[in-house]
Design a protein around this ligand. Structure first.
Ligand code: X2X
Length: 342
């Protein structure tokens, strides 16, 4: 009988190969290669974003270290659909893994976006203490309820800034009537409505076009993503507000996770968590670099009065409303890491 062998290079090159080899009848013997797992992983970040490059590195490493047993094909840039579409695919098992923003999953499990409370976190030291500690554990446990296994280390999207085509935004008054795109998440709509703006929820994958056609006049995102998404082509001003931090959960469909033997689970978690830690470091440096690049590309930056925004939110009852929505236990947990809000 013809000896069954696996060409490792072929395996690394094409995810379908493993599946084909397994499916070929009558050639699996006791000495055959181990079972193959071929997963799909999606996210909405542009190909050039460091979240994508760090993830691709990790997935290549997983394929190599598992000798081709676990191959995860990466689909960046919303190739498999918008964040909202991918969220339902990873829950159903149509794809196995995703970098999932808290804002997307907060529609079903509000607590997962607890870190999005505006002006809660002012620096990374407090933020990572929360996300790598008891608060992060509390939030990750929520994902179990939507059929997902959450990896331990959150990925950094960054502190968010407001961009606009025409307005210079310095304080709350400048937001009056401002047509701003926000992610599909209740707390964003509530935030900008309470400040007198006119928010529209749109997925990231539709954002460039929404700005280009002036469906909206502005948006808010972290500088590295503003740059990678080339939003400078359709926006002029950047107001440094740091109004909110945002990140991504690394998630695996629970059924797919449970299918994996313990050694592959460990390899997957360790490698992707390590990549997340590298990506966090990259983002810090990129924040400065992206500001320089965006200025060189013609964007005009101004500092905004974060204190004035925060005062406005205190006065208009925003914090009181969200404290009630999240509940005392979650709010106390948040304040344990970021200090008294509201
Ligand atoms: O949709 C956005 O703005 C993004 C990509 O930054 C997220 O938070 C999902």
């Amino acid at each position: 009988m013809k000896k069954f062998s696996i060409d490792r290079r072929a395996l690394l090159g094409g995810a379908a190969v493993g599946a084909v080899a397994l499916a070929a009848p009558g050639i699996i013997t006791a000495r055959a290669a181990p079972a193959k797992f071929v997963f799909k992983m999606g996210h909405s970040l542009p190909v050039s974003h460091v979240g994508n490059t760090r993830l691709q590195e990790a997935l290549t490493k997983i394929a190599q270290l598992s000798d081709g047993s676990l191959q995860i094909r990466l689909f960046p840039n919303s190739q498999l659909g918008s964040d909202t579409d991918m969220f339902s695919q990873v829950r159903s098992g149509a794809m196995e893994m995703m970098l999932l923003s808290g804002n997307i999953v907060s529609v079903m499990r509000p607590l997962t976006g607890l870190y999005n409370v505006p002006f809660a976190f002012v620096d990374y030291a407090h933020l990572w203490a929360a996300m790598d500690g008891a608060m992060g554990d509390m939030l990750r446990a929520q994902l179990d309820g939507v059929g997902l296994h959450a990896l331990d280390k959150h990925w950094d999207n960054g502190f968010r800034q407001i961009t606009s085509s025409e307005r210079t935004i310095k304080g709350p008054d400048d937001l009056k009537g401002f047509k701003i795109r926000v992610p599909v998440a209740p707390i964003w709509i509530s935030l900008f409505t309470s400040l007198g703006a006119s928010p529209t929820a749109i997925n990231w994958s539709e954002l460039y076009t929404a700005l280009q056609t002036h469906l909206v006049d502005g948006e808010e995102n972290a500088l590295p993503l503003i740059e990678a998404g080339k939003l400078n082509e359709v926006q002029k001003h950047v107001a440094i507000t740091n109004h909110m931090w945002d990140g991504f959960y690394g998630v695996v469909n629970k059924g797919a996770w449970e299918q994996l033997p313990p050694n592959l689970r460990k390899l997957l978690s360790d490698t992707i968590n390590e990549a997340a830690m590298n990506e966090r470091r990259d983002i810090v440096g990129l924040n400065t670099q992206a500001a320089m690049n965006l200025k060189a590309a013609g964007m005009v930056f101004n500092d905004a009065d974060s204190g004035a925004f925060r005062d406005a939110l205190r006065k208009n009852g925003f914090y009181a409303e969200w404290k009630q929505k999240y509940g005392d236990e979650a709010w106390t947990m948040l304040e344990r890491f970021c200090g008294k809000l509201g």
